[in-house]
Design a protein around this ligand. Structure first.
Ligand code: 13P
Length: 249
């Protein structure tokens, strides 16, 4: 059976106590879920949520990470600090980081390599804007973000890498890519991965879809052959919307 990876990106939402309450509720309600699960609270809530998910099957994720190991980098959070709190997965290259904070492919790649070097799993986000899609640049954009994001990453490290295809126009807009549309882009990304690492490595890789995933579209998306999971934003903030996505089958 395919192993799906359902992840919640809480973005800049929730205080520590709100985060703990949600995490505890999810632990209680998802104990019988067979998918791979992750939640990524804000940095400020990582320590408390780490305690709340301890012993459960929910992995602790972080939403970003500094590109250096340590030093004079005001405002950054290092890979060691994340690992110290029990973080297992880090989301890198999210479009909100790329577009609002001008993170380049080179910077994202530095973070990807650093996270992998220290044993963290990585979710590398890629995806085109509406303008890029309408201008016929969807494939070029996704190919460049995958290739540059994974530069220097060895085939042996791919087991710790998930790609999340998140079309920017579908994030937080209520507009989901159709399952057919999303699957076609996932297939293309897999082709790019095959070009880099060979067919069998590409086939084994997990490619999540993200962008307005909800309980009522999750199953249809997940039925597609190239969609291996979901990276969920808004709907991950409440048990009543996240649990049905995680239990889509
Ligand atoms: P929404 O599910 O709110 O569209 O956000 C998707 C996302 O950006 C997850 O990282």
């Amino acid at each position: 059976m395919r192993n799906y990876f359902i992840a919640g990106n809480w973005k800049m939402h929730k205080t520590v106590s709100e985060s703990v309450a949600l995490a505890k509720d999810l632990v209680a309600k998802l104990g019988d879920c067979n998918e791979k699960l992750m939640i990524a609270p804000a940095f400020t809530a990582l320590a408390a949520v780490s305690e709340a998910v301890k012993g459960s099957k929910i992995l602790l994720g972080a939403q970003n990470m500094g590109p250096e190991e340590q030093g004079a980098h005001t405002g950054e959070v290092s890979v060691f600090m994340l690992k110290d709190l029990g973080v297992k997965v880090v989301i890198l290259g999210h479009s909100e980081r790329r577009h609002s904070y001008h993170e380049s492919d080179e910077l994202i790649n530095k973070k990807v390599r650093l996270a992998l070097q220290h044993g963290l799993e990585v979710i590398l986000c890629v995806g085109e804007t509406l303008e890029e899609r309408e201008g016929g640049r969807l494939e070029t954009v996704c190919k460049t973000q995958v290739e540059k994001g994974l530069a220097g990453v060895a085939a042996a490290e791919l087991g710790k890498v998930t790609i999340a295809y998140e079309p920017v126009w579908a994030i937080g807009t209520g507009k989901t890519a159709t399952p057919e549309d999303a699957d076609a882009v996932h297939a293309y990304i897999r082709k790019v991965l095959a070009g880099l690492y060979g067919e069998s490595s590409a086939k084994a890789m997990c490619i999540q879809y993200g962008g307005s995933v909800k309980a009522d579209n999750a199953a249809q998306l997940m039925q597609k052959p190239n969609i291996d999971g979901a990276l969920v934003g808004g709907a991950s903030l409440k048990p009543e919307t996240f649990v049905p996505i995680a239990k889509f089958r």
